[in-house]
Write a protein that binds this ligand. Structure first.
Ligand code: PEP
Ligand code: MN
Length: 338
């Protein structure tokens, strides 16, 4: 069992945790790592798990002693990972803006959106050819034809694009077109798919499962890393709440917490969190303020006629206002997010 104390834990807080562990029969080794005290306690995990010592003040988190920790964990690598998508860096200090339609519906809808978001300063395009829909009767995406349209949008705008992959059998096809692969909320725990994208050379965006704990989400990233791909970006997109007014409850607490626990960049998708376009700008601003490395938003030229997620799509002119606002806000946020 490894106990990570907060960097500002007082000596008496550390002593109290050590004393509690010793009372339970543990042998405790203390070390200082990255400016904080780390305690390694050797004792039966069952005994430790049944007590309330872990609620003592000063403890940041407790992790099982798994061979030096997870590869995506901060304990494995203290510097942040920079993920490179074509020529765009995520996690390198600049705010990354990803924008475009939820789904590729037609060539003109996609190209028009791509041109406009590019003119507003987007860094990466989004637009899916494979859509994971809740109802089997909803539009499922254009498949290969959609990827071809996105490739055309990339040629026109010069921007790389990210696209979702929902089936291990399509990974090769999507990899042949896209600059970044995305695993959506419904597939965060699809381990066969995680391993398959982990075998690719493209960077991977991993959205949080809609009912996933932070640890489950980070473990899913570990699957991708273990398969050979360390270029992973996490995306907070809201979790199921008990109030149905907004589509999901955007968990902004997750952003600094996940950044403490992993060295991966973290983005926020306020569109899928809110489900309502009028909430997207305020949530995007909050995401930047809380230290997100970037924001991904849905943009559609005619949201009322969108085949997927029209209620949450910004108009291109809304994105044109939002993009510079988010960049200005980002320049005022401390670079370590604290
Ligand atoms: C999406 O980004 O289009 C999407 C389907 O999101 P999520 O998987 O978060 O619902
Ligand atoms: Mn969507």
């Amino acid at each position: 069992m490894i106990i990570y104390m907060h960097s500002d834990a007082t000596p008496s807080e550390v002593d109290r945790v050590v004393a509690d562990l010793q009372r339970l029969g543990a042998t405790v080794a203390r070390s200082e790592e990255s400016g904080r005290i780390v305690l390694r306690a050797s004792v039966d995990d069952v005994l430790l798990g049944g007590s309330d010592w872990a609620t003592q003040p000063g403890i940041e988190r407790v992790a099982p002693e798994a061979a030096g920790g997870r590869r995506v964990g901060r304990e494995h690598r203290s510097a942040g990972t920079v993920v490179v998508v074509a020529d765009v860096e995520i996690g390198g200090g600049d705010l990354v803006l990803i924008a475009g339609p939820c789904a590729v519906e037609t060539r003109s809808q996609t190209l028009e959106t791509a041109r406009q978001v590019a003119a507003s300063g987007a860094d990466i395009l989004r637009g899916d050819a494979f859509k994971p829909r809740t109802s089997p009767y909803s539009f499922q995406g254009l498949g290969k034809a959609g990827l071809e349209i996105m490739a055309e949008a990339r040629t026109e705008t010069g921007l790389p694009f990210v696209a979702e992959v929902v089936d291990p059998r399509d990974v090769e096809l999507v990899t042949g077109y896209a600059d970044m692969l995305r695993i959506g909320t419904r597939n965060m725990s699809n381990h066969a798919l995680l391993v398959e994208v982990g075998r690719q050379s493209l960077p991977v965006m991993l959205k949080r499962g809609r009912a996933a704990t932070l640890e489950e989400w980070i473990d899913s990233a570990e699957y991708i890393h273990n398969a050979g791909n360390s270029q992973i970006v996490l995306v907070e997109r809201g979790v199921r709440g008990f109030d149905g007014t907004a589509r999901n409850a955007l968990d902004l607490t997750a952003v600094p917490l996940v950044k403490e626990r992993t060295h991966l960049p973290v983005l926020v998708d306020p569109s899928h969190a809110a489900g309502l376009s009028r909430l997207v700008a305020p949530l995007a601003r909050a995401a930047v303020a809380v230290g997100a490395d970037g924001v991904m938003v849905d943009v559609h030229p005619d949201p009322e006629r969108a085949l997927v997620d029209g209620a949450q799509a910004l108009l291109p002119r809304d994105f044109d206002v939002l993009a510079p606002e988010l960049r200005a806000l980002h320049s005022a946020v401390p670079s370590d997010g604290r």
